[in-house]
Design a binder for this molecule. Structure first.
Ligand code: AMP
Length: 415
């Protein structure tokens, strides 16, 4: 069942969205991208003549009520975005009456799901080493089912539009789907877009395919790097992991970020790339700085010869050329993780060169997917988000999907 096939007229729909928006100290929303992202789904349901029960988490209240993480703070913003009044249920597990009273076109926002530990389904206040932990975990799984069943009882149909939490088997993201028949549960528009974008990268690949993996460490990206190795033509590894590779090959990397326990892993990746015929692109040079600050003194040097008191903070000019050459003519592009400490303007040049080459390739017809927190922040910083094919909203969820893992939130609906 897809959202376009379903007629919500006269139906109550419970929709899991990701309204985990950043708030300032006065509880004002500082970035409403996530609310705007859910609007097509929410508006379609209202336009059909359905009523809406909206549920989300916010932050990490760890199963306890925390007024600073109350969704009441965003009620008015949601009402404004939808152009209609929004009612509020102060306890998401006790909203039967409010849900029952909803008329077509009306909207009810539930309080933060994570005020209840059952949402995440992890036992609280008990250590994993405790002998009673396994029993507590079993009991919590049962409680989670009851909680999901309660949420499900509010509505006729379930829609999941929260890609950011699709990699979690939580009550509202996956367990709840068990309480709806196959023709009354579906993905929302945002989820469909994310799933299609991942599909374009994983199954419908136009070649050459170039993946750019950056960020601080190789250890956190190894699963994806290994998975991509079977798919890509060009693999650019940049950012902080550059220096682990340089050191593994006998380089001097000074004070650069370097995972000394991953040197063999780096050599193994180089070997595997050769075996699989993947063009592995590593930076030959870098911008080195004498301090971790925007105003540090800098110089261009080989990644193999960084002086003892200096550290590599961005890709050098030759590296930028090599990266752009592997990106410019690609037909499929995935970018995750910056090429340098892009938060400092003076060290954002390498990431900018990558972003520019991706835009150029996209203009020539490539499909480009940018995802994972920091690379999204990069394209936003450069004002280029509209010039790539797709910017994913999901950090962890996107990476797990690309690693080839089945996301519980999607499996719960698609089977
Ligand atoms: P990750 O969370 O692993 O994707 O890493 C993102 C972070 O990596 C960003 O905050 C960047 O500032 C950081 N980063 C990228 N290149 C370097 C580098 N050469 N040295 C230190 N940090 C870096």
């Amino acid at each position: 069942m897809t959202i376009d096939q379903y007629n919500f007229n006269g139906k109550k729909a419970i929709v899991r969205v990701d309204f985990n928006v950043p708030l300032d100290e006065n509880g004002h929303i500082t970035d409403d991208t996530r609310i705007r992202g859910a609007l097509p789904t929410l508006k379609k349901i209202l336009a059909d003549g359905g009523s809406l029960i909206i549920m989300s988490h916010m932050g990490k209240p760890k199963g306890k009520v925390n007024p600073k993480l109350s969704l009441a703070q965003i009620k008015d913003a949601v009402a404004k975005a939808l152009g209609t009044e929004v009612k509020f249920a102060e306890d998401c597990a006790k909203a039967e009456e409010a849900a029952k009273a909803l008329k077509p076109g009306e909207v009810l926002l539930l309080e933060n799901l994570r005020f209840h530990p059952e949402e995440e389904g992890k036992p609280v206040g008990i250590d994993k080493e405790d002998p009673a932990y396994d029993d507590a975990k079993k009991a919590m799984k049962e409680a989670q089912k009851e909680f999901a069943k309660t949420l499900a009882s509010y509505a006729d149909v379930y829609v999941n539009d929260a890609f950011g939490t699709a990699h979690r088997r939580h009550a509202s993201t996956a367990v709840i789907a068990d309480y709806f028949p196959a023709d009354a549960k579906m993905l929302g528009y945002l989820m469909e877009k994310e799933v299609n974008a991942v599909d374009a990268i994983l199954s419908d690949i136009k070649r050459p395919f170039t993946a750019i993996m950056g960020g601080s460490k190789v250890s956190t990206k190894i699963g994806i790097i290994e998975n991509l190795m079977d798919k890509v033509d060009n693999l650019i590894l940049c950012g902080g992991m550059t220096y682990t590779f340089a050191k593994a090959q006998g380089g001097e990397v000074g004070k650069s970020i370097c995972e000394n326990d991953k040197l063999n892993l780096a050599l193994d990746i180089i070997k595997k790339a050769k075996e699989k015929g993947v063009n592995l692109v590593l930076a030959p040079d870098c911008i080195a700085a004498d301090d971790f600050s925007n105003d540090a003194n800098t110089m261009v040097c080989s990644v193999m010869e960084i002086p003892a008191e200096w550290e590599g903070v961005d890709a050098g000019p030759k590296a930028r050329e090599d990266f752009a050459a592997a990106i410019r003519d690609a037909k499929t592009i995935l970018w995750n993780g910056p090429a340098g400490v892009f938060e400092f303007d003076n060290f954002a040049g390498g990431s900018r060169a990558i972003a520019d080459a991706i835009v150029e390739a996209t203009e020539k017809g490539a499909f480009s997917l940018v995802g994972g927190g920091d690379s999204v922040a990069c394209v936003n910083k450069f004002g280029l988000a509209d010039k790539v094919s797709y910017v994913s909203t999901g950090g962890g969820a996107l990476l797990e999907a690309i690693e080839g893992k089945v996301l519980p939130g999607i499996a719960a609906i698609k089977g």
